[in-house]
Write a new protein. Structure first.
Length: 418
């Protein structure tokens, strides 16, 4: 479960109920009309799980692969990577997901080194099928593994794309298993579609529990059991000019990629031109505790008061590593911590840092995951998606497009075609 620690300087700061209700009704209309599809992915994607269960009964090369290669960029990889990072330490089946996201030649060469065809499944993700970085990397992996699409090798590949895209036509040409992206779900909101479900299922995660966690949160929101999220969204909206920088401070290395996913979700959804032609937006930053409390924290406390901070921690790491009852000459000053667990230490650091920010007048709150689990991962994904939609509604922007990103893509294409 998730526990929300709501503080007075974040949730009780002049909440405007009329604006909050207007945003709630807009988000509900998006869901009820089917205009925006991520709200219903927790139920519709159960069909993908069932399809995978049936398909892998006959296609053993996919389910038995130890290396699950995901080729995608941005929304095509960040969500699945966030969930895998949170849970991979609990996986004991010898599988791993290898993400090819960047055009960095050193990263590509390093990852290629460990790939063997007979032990690898490849998931190619591109909405249009024409993403330069993604297709170029796919060609490189195909060449490295000597894949022959006219043979059994094609059964090792899964394509996730739009219906009738050029990638879809390629998949049909060679009998490659294909899953489609819902037309009403943008990439950064797509983690609970085939984009995330396929690689996570093949890696052995409980994708039904993941979807259940998301569904329970979304249903509780629409049933008005999560109205605190309206207050938080309003605070971000009302303070968009004075506090435009929003920090996620995650107290676990396993949450670092969740922060990166949030950075894309928040930045790409809210950095827009509003209906009046004004540039608006909120700037997301991801930090990791306790590392960054020894660096960035100084800026937060004594620098410009233009930031809000949301802490995320895991109550029970399910790891009982104790600090030894050991006293060493000249460094005895830290002996007071002896006998405590690192679980206790890192969460105490989180609480102390949060209190220091509150005492310094920095709006801060905290989300606690009871444990790292598929169900909790689904819940926190849904939480941030809904929060983003609410803030976008209040800012009066199109939360779901990304014209600025498309501009860069078009320039890149022209650069190589000229």
């Amino acid at each position: 479960m998730l526990t929300f620690h709501k503080t007075s300087n974040f949730y009780e700061s002049g909440y405007n109920e009329a604006i909050g209700e207007k945003a709630f009704l807009q988000v509900k209309q998006e869901c009820d009309s089917g205009e925006i599809g991520y709200y219903t992915l927790p139920t519709t994607s159960l069909n993908i799980v069932k399809e995978l269960e049936q398909y892998t009964k006959t296609n053993k090369s996919l389910i038995e692969a130890k290396n699950i290669v995901v080729i995608g960029i941005g929304g095509s990889s960040l969500g699945a990577k966030a969930i895998d990072s949170l849970l991979c330490h609990k996986r004991d089946n010898g599988k791993r997901i290898i993400f090819f996201e960047n055009s960095d030649p050193i990263d590509i060469r390093t990852k290629l080194h460990d790939l063997v065809k007979n032990n690898t499944a490849i998931i190619l993700i591109s909405k249009s099928g024409g993403t330069i970085e993604t297709i170029s990397t796919f060609k490189t992996i195909v060449s490295h593994l000597c894949i022959d699409f006219n043979s059994i090798d094609a059964s090792r590949v899964v394509a996730i794309t739009d219906p009738d895209s050029i990638l879809s036509k390629f998949a049909k040409e060679y009998g490659i298993k294909e899953f489609n992206m819902p037309s009403n779900v943008g990439g950064r909101f797509s983690v609970l579609s085939a984009v995330g479900i396929v690689p996570l299922f093949l890696a052995g995660y409980d994708t039904k529990a993941l979807l259940q966690g998301a569904d329970e949160f979304i249903q509780s929101f629409f049933n008005r059991s999560q109205d605190h999220i309206l207050q938080k969204a309003y605070y971000h909206f009302a303070n968009k000019d004075s506090k435009p920088i929003n920090i996620i401070f995650s107290y676990s290395n396993s949450l670092e990629n969740l922060s990166k996913w949030f950075v894309q979700l928040w930045g790409e959804s809210l950095g827009k031109i509003d209906k009046n032609g004004n540039s608006v937006g909120l700037t997301p930053i991801g930090l990791t505790g306790s590392v960054d409390q020894h660096s960035f924290l100084q800026l937060i406390i004594e620098g410009p008061k233009d930031k809000t901070v949301t802490f995320i921690n895991i109550d029970d790491f399910e790891e009982d590593i104790q600090i030894p009852e050991l006293s060493l000459k000249h460094i005895e000053k830290t002996d007071y911590i002896n006998g405590n667990s690192f679980n206790t230490l890192i969460n105490a650091q989180c609480d102390a840092t949060m209190q220091s920010l509150i005492d310094s007048g920095v709006p801060s709150d905290k989300i606690s995951l009871s444990v790292a689990s598929e169900q909790n991962a689904g819940s926190i994904i849904a939480y941030f998606e809904v929060l983003t939609s609410l803030v976008g509604a209040m800012l009066e922007v199109n939360t779901y497009d990304q014209p600025g990103v498309e501009l860069g893509k078009n320039i890149l294409v022209k650069k190589f075609q000229s």
